[in-house]
Design a protein around this ligand. Structure first.
Ligand code: NI
Length: 250
């Protein structure tokens, strides 16, 4: 059994969520961790995990929300962190790709949610884009917190820093892209990875440009197994072990 450890299976993106689940289960993908990013998403994540037994949720405020969020939003998150099937805080982090102007607001939001992770002993799902140095600095302030570095695509040096801090690396369709160098460091990082799709985004090759869905975990797994000359069941063992060191879902 494989798990899609990071997806956004919201109703607005898919005609039928039961069909998405069925297509995934046909290729052995039977568990889904749905991630929130905005308050609207978080409300939907809470609904989805109630409705579908195979779905678990992480809720949180994405750095894109840094200029919008309110104290009440953080309070709402806190009130739902102990809900059934809410297994972590995410996706949270820093994103300097589109703007660096609100860096301080982003850092403040990130730290507030890491405080919640500490308080409730929950793992975090970290989004970091063009912000590696600051992300590592802040995570080091919270050295008791563990989690997943979502959509990891950095250098081996960066990977090793995260791994040493106890984080696992979320690998998605990016690894299959022709212009990605991620496959070159796979042998060194494979024992610390988990698989994710980030659906509906980041659809793997050769379906780039279409809507992503959790069934493509299978394509990502095939690609990694071929690169590393390992079997699917070996990869399944590695990733399931890593999932259970971070999340409490079994
Ligand atoms: Ni995401």
């Amino acid at each position: 059994m494989f798990t899609d450890t990071h997806c956004h299976i919201y109703r607005e993106y898919y005609e039928s969520i039961p069909e998405v689940i069925r297509r995934a289960s046909e290729v052995g993908v039977n568990r889904f961790i749905v991630a929130g990013a905005s308050m609207r998403d978080n409300v939907e994540v809470l609904e989805l995990v109630k409705e579908y037994s195979s779905m678990y949720g992480v809720i949180g405020l994405h750095p894109e929300e840094a200029d919008r969020y309110t104290k009440e939003d953080l309070l709402f998150l806190e009130q739902h962190l102990c809900d059934d099937k809410v297994i972590g805080i995410g996706e949270i982090g820093l994103d300097y790709h589109y703007t660096k102007e609100n860096k301080e607001r982003q850092k403040e939001l990130f730290r507030c949610q890491l405080e919640l992770a500490l308080k409730y002993h929950l793992p975090v799902v970290v989004h970091s884009r063009d912000a590696t140095e600051d992300t590592i600095c802040i995570l080091k302030e919270f050295f008791d917190v563990r989690g997943i570095i979502h959509s990891f695509s950095g250098s081996l040096e960066t990977a090793n820093i995260y791994i040493k801090m106890g984080y696992k690396l979320g690998i998605n369709g990016v690894v299959t892209f022709k212009n990605s160098h991620l496959k070159e460091i796979l042998p060194e990082i494979v024992s610390h990875i988990v698989l994710e799709t980030d659906s509906p985004y980041l659809t793997p090759h050769p379906y780039r440009g279409t809507t992503n869905e959790p069934k493509y975990i299978d394509l990502i797994a095939d690609f990694i197994c071929e690169e590393l000359h390992i079997s699917k069941s070996q990869l399944e063992k590695i990733t399931n072990r890593n999932i259970s060191t971070i999340f409490d879902i079994l």
